[in-house]
Ligand binder design. Structure first.
Ligand SMILES: [Zn+2]
Length: 340
């Protein structure tokens, strides 16, 4: 550590739980943040300020005005430009702490890219808003023996649970399958901004223990909080299930690359399509679509308005189609306007 670093992180070094040795470990640490919404922006800002050496931030979405109430890294200009969250986060973090290596990845985390994107992380933080990605993360983390920290928030309620593969129960020990049916989401039930930062703080607290070299200090508990009710509960994580498909039988169906299918984005009247990974030339697509309707494009995304739909197309071939929850309609629009 040099003198500037000693000064910058002095209050963290003074804290006995971390100290100089812990800070050195943080400066060398590598973490991945999956999902850069309310939870993920808080994780990223806190870990960057704490001096964590390398952060990979993966998010598939772009900044919208309705995000600004709770997504701590973003500004009005990001929403006006419809910047991808991973790109906006990378730009902002460079202003907060330029010594942190930040890799913002604009992508949907899938079985095909999970190893490449989070394979070198010592720890994965869950900032996602969907169970598909969490089960993928759990399969990946258990298969590689990497700790990850589950977090979720909606309304005024949130919960968090650390997973240490082979030492504590994993997500599938506790919840063998994703929940069925309609689940409340931030888009349908709303959310208080500070429940997200509270849940994310629990996650970052655990992350700092793990990355500073003290994973044994992480409480093996599920924490649930309701900020409106003013209640906090901590319960022991159940014992590992020896018959758990993931950490017991070591079956990892979420890592099967053939699972990729169009996904309804719950509560948003939108569908995400990625028929296959391909490289799209957005400038070329823009010139093609300009004759057909309003198009806005930058290097990260192209947005095309074709009433009553709105398509956002990314350079990796992925698209989000708003205005329908019908995957067939969405695939048809994709085929008509983007081609396959
Ligand atoms: Zn398990």
């Amino acid at each position: 550590m040099n003198q500037a670093q000693r000064e910058r992180y002095s209050r963290q070094i003074l804290f006995a739980g971390i100290g100089e040795e812990g800070q050195e470990a943080l400066l060398r640490a590598r973490a991945a943040i999956v999902g850069c919404g309310a939870l993920g922006t808080f994780h990223a800002a806190a870990l960057a300020r704490a001096g964590v050496g390398s952060l990979t931030i993966i998010d598939r979405d772009y900044v919208e005005p309705s995000n600004l109430q709770r997504q701590w890294l973003f500004e009005e200009s990001d929403a006006a430009e419809a910047l991808p969250k991973a790109a906006a986060a990378e730009r902002r973090l460079a202003l907060i702490n330029p010594s942190v290596r930040v890799r913002g990845v604009v992508a949907d985390l899938t079985a095909s890219n999970v190893a490449e994107l989070v394979g070198d992380a010592q720890l994965i933080l869950d900032g996602t808003d969907n169970f598909d990605t969490r089960y993928l993360l759990n399969d990946f983390a258990v298969s590689r023996g990497v700790p990850w920290i589950y977090g979720a928030a909606v309304g005024s309620y949130g919960l968090t649970m650390p997973v240490f593969p082979d030492r504590t129960a994993c997500l599938r020990c506790v919840y063998p399958d994703p929940p069925e049916g309609v689940q409340p989401t931030c888009d349908t039930a709303g959310v208080l901004n500070v429940i997200t930062s509270l849940v994310a703080s629990y996650q970052v607290g655990d992350a700092l223990k793990i990355l500073s070299g003290h994973p044994e200090l992480v409480q093996k508990q599920i924490t649930t909080v309701d900020l409106w009710e003013g209640t906090t509960r901590q319960i022991e994580i159940p014992l590992r299930d020896p018959d758990c498909p993931a950490c017991g039988r070591r079956l990892f169906p979420y890592l099967d690359e053939s699972r990729r299918a169009p996904a309804r984005l719950c509560g948003r009247n939108a569908v995400q399509i990625q028929e296959r990974v391909q490289t799209l030339d957005l400038a070329e697509l823009k010139s093609k679509l300009e004759r057909l309707g309003e198009v806005r494009a930058n290097e990260f995304a192209l947005r095309f308005f074709v009433a009553p739909y709105e398509m956002t197309v990314f350079p990796d071939g992925r698209a989000i189609i708003k205005g329908t929850s019908d995957t067939g309609v969405a695939r048809s629009l994709y085929a008509r306007y983007v081609g396959q």
